[in-house]
Design a protein around this ligand. Structure first.
Ligand code: NAP
Length: 457
C-alpha cells in the first residue's frame, strides 16, 4: 500500500465529530477536494443533523430544508455515518487517533452561558437551551417539566433563540400542531396559562440581536399581541448614527418593524408579547420557587457600534412565574482536546486546534466550537471550508494513522459492543418518523428516546 496520504491507494482518513451543519459542510469541502478522502462522521445520538434537528424552531420548517443537501453529501462515496457513538466517552480521542490521520471536531455549543446573578438556580428559572431541546424532542431533555400554570413568563436576551422561545410560548396549539414539535411539548403547551411573555434586552432597540423576519412574525400571531412602548424607540444621537450606518440595513429593518408593532392593536388577544429595552436582570427572588425578577435600568455608553449597557442604579420588579435565560450558548470540553474555559471553545488558528498557542498536529475544529455561537446555518459553510483548507495544506505533515483500513473502526466498535447507526439505518428511522407524523398531520413525529430510535432498526 502506498503511504502517500490522499491517494487512491491510501486515502486520507478523517474523522468528523458532530453531525450538525459545520460537520456536513466540512465533509462537503473534503469530498470536493482533489485529495482522495475517506471520512467517517460521528454523533453521540443515533440521528444526524445536530442543531438543525434539535435547535431550529419547529414552526420554521424551511430552515430545515438544508438537510436535503446534507443527505446528498452523506450519499457520496467516501462518507460514512457512525451515530450512537459518543467520542470522549464510548471512544477516547486517543483511541480514535489510531484510525484517522486527522480528527475534525464540529460538536457545536451544547450548553448555555450563565447570568451570574443571585437566584439564577431557583425552581422556575431555566435555560433556553433546555426548553428548546425539550420542545424539539431531544432525548436528553424529553423528561423535563416546565410549569406553565402561571401567567407571566420572562425571557432574558434578545437574540433569535430568545425569539424562538417567545414565539413558541406565544403561539396557540393550532399554530403549532402541524409542525414537528414533540408531542409532549404540544400537550404541555396546550395547557399553558401564560398570558404575558416579557422579553428583556440589556441594550436598546437598535442593538437588539434578533433579525427582521423573527420580530415581524409577532405582528401576525393568532392570539398574541405585541406590546412595545413607543418611548423606548426614542433613541440617542449615537444610536441614530448606528442606525444610519450603511452596514446596518438589518437593524434599520428591525427598527421599522418595532415602530409598526408599537402601534399594533392590543385588544381581542389573550396573550401579550412585551418587549423591554435597556434593562438587566440583577436578581431572581422567591421562596424556593421563582416569584419575582429585579431589573436594573441601563443607559448606553461608548461610541456608535460599540455601545455597552451600564446600570443606572434604578431598579424595578416584575412578577415572574417562569424564566428562560437566553444569553448565548457555550461549548463543552472533550477529554483529550484542549479547551478554552473562558470562551467555551476549542482554541484554534484557522481551524487548527492549538494548545498554549502551539498547533496540535492532526486535530482540527469548525463551527460554533471553533468560533463561538454566532451566525446562521450558512455561516458555517465558509467557516468549515477554512478549516478544511488548513487540514489539506497540512497533508504532508500529518502522521499516518496505525489502522487506515475503512473497516477497522467498525470492527473496533463491534468489539467494544457499541451498536453504531449507519446513514442507511438513520434513513429507516427517518422514514418511520415521517410515517408516524403523517398519520396526525405533522411532517414527522420524532422518536424522543434512544431506545425508541434503536427499536426501529
Ligand atoms: P445571540 O444572538 O448572541 O443573542 C444573545 C442575547 O443575549 C443578546 O441579546 C445579548 O445582548 C444577550 N445577553 C448576553 N449576555 C447577557 C447578559 N449577561 N445579560 C443580559 N443579556 C445578555 O445568541 P442566540 O440568541 O443564542 O443565538 C445564537 C446564534 O444562532 C445567533 O447568531 C442567532 O442569530 C442564531 N440563530 C438564528 C436563528 C434563525 O436564523 N432563525 C434562530 C436561532 C438562532 P447584547 O447584544 O447586549 O450582548
Amino acid at each position: 500500500m502506498s503511504s502517500v496520504l490522499g491517494t487512491s491507494e491510501r486515502p486520507l482518513r478523517v474523522a468528523i465529530v458532530g453531525s450538525g451543519p459545520s460537520g456536513f459542510y466540512a465533509a462537503q469541502a473534503l469530498l470536493k477536494s482533489e485529495t482522495k478522502v475517506s471520512l467517517d462522521m460521528f454523533d453521540r445520538l443515533p440521528v444526524p443533523f445536530g442543531l438543525v434537528r434539535y435547535g431550529v424552531a419547529p414552526d420554521h420548517p424551511k430552515i430545515k430544508n438544508v438537510t436535503i443537501v446534507y443527505k446528498k453529501i452523506a450519499e457520496q462515496e467516501g462518507f460514512s455515518f457512525f451515530g450512537n457513538v459518543n467520542i470522549g466517552k464510548d471512544v477516547s480521542v486517543e483511541e480514535l487517533k489510531k484510525f484517522y490521520d486527522a480528527i475534525l471536531f464540529t460538536c457545536g455549543a451544547e450548553t448555555d452561558r450563565k447570568l451570574g446573578i443571585p437566584g439564577e438556580d431557583l425552581t422556575g428559572s431555566y435555560t433556553a437551551t433546555e426548553f428548546v431541546a425539550w420542545y424539539n424532542g431531544h432525548p436528553d431533555y424529553k423528561d423535563r417539566q416546565f410549569d406553565l400554570s402561571g401567567e407571566v413568563a420572562v425571557i432574558i436576551g434578545q437574540g433569535n433563540v430568545a425569539m424562538d422561545v417567545c414565539r413558541i410560548l406565544s403561539k396557540t396549539v393550532d399554530e403549532l400542531k402541524s409542525t414537528d414539535i414533540a408531542q409532549h411539548a404540544l400537550d404541555a403547551l396546550a395547557k399553558s396559562n401564560i398570558k404575558e411573555i416579557h422579553m428583556i434586552g440589556r441594550r436598546g432597540p437598535v442593538q437588539a440581536a434578533f433579525t427582521p423576519v423573527e420580530i415581524r412574525e409577532f405582528g401576525e400571531l393568532a392570539n398574541c399581541a405585541p406590546v412595545i412602548d413607543p418611548k423606548d424607540l426614542e433613541i440617542s444621537d449615537v444610536s441614530q448614527a448606528e442606525l444610519d450606518d450603511p452596514k446596518n440595513a438589518q437593524r434599520r429593518k428591525n427598527f421599522e418593524i418595532l415602530k409598526s408593532l408599537s402601534t399594533h392593536e392590543k385588544s381581542g388577544k389573550n396573550r401579550q408579547f412585551i418587549v423591554h429595552f435597556l434593562k438587566s436582570p440583577v436578581e431572581l427572588t422567591g421562596d424556593g420557587v421563582l416569584e419575582k425578577i429585579i431589573l436594573e435600568k441601563n443607559e448606553l455608553s461608548g461610541e456608535a457600534g460599540k455601545q455597552k449597557a451600564r446600570g443606572t442604579g434604578v431598579k424595578e420588579e416584575l412578577k415572574c412565574n417562569i424564566l428562560f435565560r437566553s444569553v448565548g450558548y457555550r461549548g463543552q470540553p472533550i477529554e483529550g482536546v484542549p479547551f478554552r474555559e473562558d470562551w467555551g471553545i476549542f482554541p484554534n488558528e484557522e481551524g487548527r486546534i492549538t494548545e498554549n498557542d502551539k498547533v496540535v498536529p492532526g486535530l482540527y475544529t469548525a463551527g460554533w466550537i471553533k468560533r463561538g455561537p454566532s451566525g446562521v446555518i450558512g455561516t458555517n459553510k465558509p467557516d468549515s471550508e477554512e478549516t478544511v483548507a488548513a487540514l489539506l495544506a497540512d497533508l504532508g505533515k500529518l502522521t499516518p494513522c496505525e489502522q487506515p483500513e475503512s473497516n477497522a473502526i467498525s470492527d473496533f466498535l463491534n468489539k467494544k459492543g457499541i451498536r453504531f447507526v449507519s446513514f442507511d439505518d438513520w434513513q429507516k428511522i427517518d422514514a418511520s418518523e415521517i410515517e408516524r407524523g403523517q398519520k396526525i398531520g405533522k411532517p414527522r413525529e420524532k422518536y424522543v428516546s434512544i431506545e425508541e430510535m434503536m427499536s426501529v432498526l
